[in-house]
Design a protein around this ligand. Structure first.
Ligand code: NAG
Ligand code: NAG
Ligand code: NAG
Ligand code: NAG
Ligand code: NAG
Length: 296
């Protein structure tokens, strides 16, 4: 008699524990935000409508704050020097002193040159892995692909979301603006890097790809990843071109957010944010983009 009761009690316990587990497996609703903020160009290098960084930074920080504050978020920037990164982290930390970043300067692997940083809130995420890889033939040290104009880098972070326990892989990058060959090589390298991540969690890749949809890097990436501007249920924005220039002449769509997550990951909406400040000047020559995801 006793063993039967014991068995019943054990079954009951297991049921209670697994129901409890089930109710706790909350999905993660979060934002990937990406923006090429334009390096702080010296006055002789600025275009006519381009204001100095000191006059643009409020717009860059304000856009991050207003567009990401409703959800947990991971923020990928491009063309970001160390001093710009310091300004942005300081700006965000005025609201809550919990913002930090991953990434290194692409010229020396420390602070020199532009970063492709990932900015995150320590109250939302725990960093499980922080890796910087150069888009070159020697990816583990500061270096340049032979035909590229600059050193190019990708920042990879693996993040655990504290509240839901969900894990995501996130990469942020900026491909070369001059060399077609370097961009193609970089697209393959990015896919190889994604393939080498030793887990099955959803993976996100954002950046300025200096490539439009009909270019080869886009086609290479789209064989393995989904472009959220194509597959999200909702597309938000009055001008969907991500590159605006500081004037109003040039328009291209070269910034993308990609993901691979199959049925575990739903892109709910994709937004292209206006880049004008109240004074009629733009805070960057690119518009920020962001995708809201649900991860199960
Ligand atoms: C409950 O969740 C924990 C952690 O996710 C897991 O290790 C454990 O096996 C689960 N228990 C049951 C009964 O599903
Ligand atoms: C954040 O939530 C507020 C209140 O619901 C809403 O007005 C605002 O548009 C939301 N912001 C974004 C970027 O969705
Ligand atoms: C981070 O991930 C990279 C690439 O998968 C791996 O080589 C490295 O050992 C990892 N580092 C840590 C600290 O887990
Ligand atoms: C891309 O999206 C489709 C649905 O729109 C989905 O079936 C497919 O698994 C996704 N691919 C990846 C790599 O996540
Ligand atoms: C929906 C929303 O709040 N969008 C904001 C994103 O950031 C820009 C720039 O600050 C705002 O103008 C938008 O209102």
């Amino acid at each position: 008699m006793l063993p039967k009761i014991l068995l019943l009690v054990i079954i009951l316990l297991i049921t209670v524990v697994s129901l409890n587990n089930y109710s706790r497996s909350e999905s993660l609703e979060f934002i990937i935000y990406s923006h090429n903020i334009r390096f702080p160009a010296a006055s002789y290098k600025r275009s006519t409508k381009e204001l100095p960084w000191s006059n643009r930074k409020g717009g860059v920080i304000g856009a991050i704050e207003s567009n990401t504050s409703n959800y947990s978020s991971l923020i990928g920037l491009q063309e970001t020097t160390h001093s710009q990164l310091t300004d942005i982290i300081d700006g965000l930390n005025q609201e809550s002193p919990s913002w930090s970043y991953l990434g290194v300067g692409r010229d020396d692997g420390v602070k020199k040159g532009e970063y492709s940083p990932i900015i995150y809130n320590k109250n939302q995420w725990k960093v499980l892995n922080d890796t910087s890889v150069w888009l070159s033939l020697t990816p583990h040290k500061p270096s340049r692909y032979p035909s590229a104009n600059k050193n190019r880098i990708v920042t990879l972070g693996i993040f655990r979301h504290l509240k839901t326990g969900k894990t995501v892989n996130y990469l942020n990058t900026h491909l070369d603006h001059k060399s077609k060959d370097a961009r193609k090589y970089s697209a393959h390298l990015l896919l190889d890097l994604i393939n080498s991540i030793p887990n099955d969690y959803p993976t996100f890749l954002s950046g300025d790809f200096n490539s439009i949809e009909s270019d080869e890097p886009y086609r290479i990436l789209s064989k393995k990843l989904n472009d959220t501007s194509k597959v999200s249920s909702k597309l938000i924005g009055s001008d969907l071109n991500t590159f605006s220039g500081f004037g109003n002449k040039k328009r291209y769509n070269i910034d993308f957010i990609w993901y691979s997550g199959k049925d575990k990951c739903i892109p709910v909406s994709h937004s292209v944010v206006d880049n004008y400040m109240d004074n009629g000047y733009r805070y960057s020559d690119h518009r920020p983009i962001f995708t809201k995801f649900i991860v199960d």
